[in-house]
Write a protein that binds this ligand. Structure first.
Ligand SMILES: [Zn+2]
Length: 155
């Protein structure tokens, strides 16, 4: 809870973290595109827009591992408990569902926990976002449809 308040205070954007955007300028992608399934965690060294490092220090993403482990273990435990005690499932069938769910969400969780971690640790810079948006507007390769000015929320 404290973490969440802290994150909101820094200008945390669920949308930008969800879309794997750079936390600083919210324009660049933090994962190499297109996604290669054998290398799902490939990241460019820096944001192609604002130059923000995607791995600010060695071992930075150990924290992300803990986040994803925490989220998944508590979620899966809660699902098992609900299935068993509320819906009267057997423990075995509940475990089967949870393992299937873990497999299906594995890749997403791996990537999202990294994105979330980076977003929690790196501050958003409204000035940088504005600068990158203007640059993007001048870029002839970007069509007007692709370029959308973002309405900034009051913080
Ligand atoms: Zn950036």
């Amino acid at each position: 809870m404290h973490m969440a308040i802290f994150a909101v205070h820094m200008g945390f954007s669920l949308k930008a973290s969800w879309n794997y955007k750079c936390p600083r300028c919210r324009q660049g992608d933090i994962f190499t595109k297109p996604l290669v399934l054998s290398k799902p965690l490939d990241m460019p060294k820096r944001c192609s827009f604002c130059n923000q490092l995607t791995e600010p220090e060695i071992g930075f993403y150990y924290g992300a591992m803990m986040v994803s482990y925490g989220i998944s273990s508590w979620t899966f435990l809660a699902i098992v408990l609900v299935l068993v005690f509320y819906f009267d499932w057997t423990v075995n069938s509940a475990m089967f569902v949870v393992i299937a769910l873990a497999l299906v969400t594995y890749l997403w969780l791996l990537r999202y926990s990294r994105s979330l971690w980076l977003h929690l640790m790196v501050k958003h810079s409204p000035e940088e976002e504005q600068k990158q948006l203007l640059k993007r507007d001048e870029e002839p390769s970007v069509t007007k449809e692709e370029w959308k000015p973002r309405i900034k929320k009051a913080e």
